[in-house]
Write a protein that binds this ligand. Structure first.
Ligand SMILES: N[C@@H](CCC(=O)N[C@@H](CSS)C(=O)NCC(=O)O)C(=O)O
Length: 299
């Protein structure tokens, strides 16, 4: 059975839950032969895997994966305490779907949701390819973005996999339909919390606001009200990085973000003067991503 807590408090989940102690696994995996920064650092250093020592049983398995052409991060999360090891992918990319599925197979996970933080403009989501290769996988996208998906989510929704869940926070501004997925708040959920911010918040920066109904004022308020209000030790995982960063925290960005630490008028001025080139793939990526990458299959 699939259950996702949906729009305005609905719950989506493949399984019922039971509470239990946990520890978090924080391994990293990078696929980028030409990467200028081939060894991404985890919060626990460069090693492949580290375990927190405060709890007896592992629950969350976590991987940060990289696609180097678009500098996109894909995140794999799974509840490995559940017999089925249900897993979700956040922001998969079409060209790295086989890598991701291979990893999922090697780790013995069952992929249940392929989720997007927003309708991307610079690359094609891997959601459609994942669905064609693993038919039970459900695509997830925000209703506010105007696209199509198996599950259209909104603020307050909860997406469960095993005993773990992600809550949906609306963080528009880069695009109208941007959301941030935050790990649950509760005794059986990962500590510190983790927020997958898509392009709303990047490490020391943020997403551009000059197309797809973007708004710098809206982005400023989204980040300040929905992300910077999380506990300071919340780990922030961005949708992209162009400088070699992998992860930050709320406390760190409150202090050092080069744009969002400013007042709103200064922020708007910074964003109006970025002068970034239009993404190369925008004309094919946006229509494809509005249908979760199923543009060749849907009527
Ligand atoms: N050169 C790339 C696009 C780079 C870009 O515009 N990145 C976006 C996120 S993807 S739409 C962004 O918001 N950047 C913020 C910044 O400060 O760089 C391409 O051609 O695809």
């Amino acid at each position: 059975m699939f259950r996702v807590v949906g729009l305005l408090g609905r719950s989506f989940s493949p399984y019922s839950s039971s509470l239990g102690a946990q520890k978090i696994l924080y391994p990293l995996f990078s696929y980028c032969p030409q990467s200028p920064f081939p060894h991404h650092l985890s919060p626990f250093g460069r090693t492949g895997m580290a375990t927190a020592a405060y709890a007896p049983e592992p629950k969350l398995l976590f991987r940060q994966l990289f696609e180097c052409e678009s500098s996109t991060y894909t995140y794999l999360l799974a509840d490995i305490s559940h017999p089925d090891k249900p897993a979700v992918l956040i922001d998969p990319v079409d060209v790295t779907v086989d890598r991701d599925l291979n990893l999922i197979r090697e780790l013995g996970l069952k992929l249940v949701y392929a989720m997007n933080t927003h309708v991307h403009a610079d690359h094609i989501t891997g959601t459609g390819l994942l669905k064609s290769k693993v038919p039970h996988v459900k695509s997830v996208l925000a209703k506010a973005g105007g696209g199509r998906a198996d599950i259209l989510i909104g603020p307050g929704d909860k997406i469960s996999f095993g005993d773990l869940f992600l809550e949906v926070r609306a963080t528009p501004g880069h695009t109208l339909g941007c959301v941030t997925y935050v790990t649950g708040d509760g005794p059986s959920q990962p500590q510190p919390r983790m927020a997958f911010t898509g392009d709303a918040l990047l490490v020391r920066g943020c997403g551009r606001t000059d197309f797809q109904n973007g708004s710098s004022e809206q982005l400023y308020h989204s980040v300040h009200s929905q992300i910077f209000t999380l506990p300071k030790n919340t780990l922030l995982y961005p949708g992209h990085d162009y400088k070699g960063y992998t992860v930050s925290t709320v406390g760190e960005e409150l202090q050092y973000n080069t744009r969002l630490t400013k007042d709103v008028e200064t922020f708007k001025s910074i964003m109006a003067n970025l002068n970034l080139a239009r993404p190369n793939k925008m004309d094919i990526a946006v229509p494809a991503n509005l249908v979760c990458g199923l543009q060749d299959l849907l009527p």
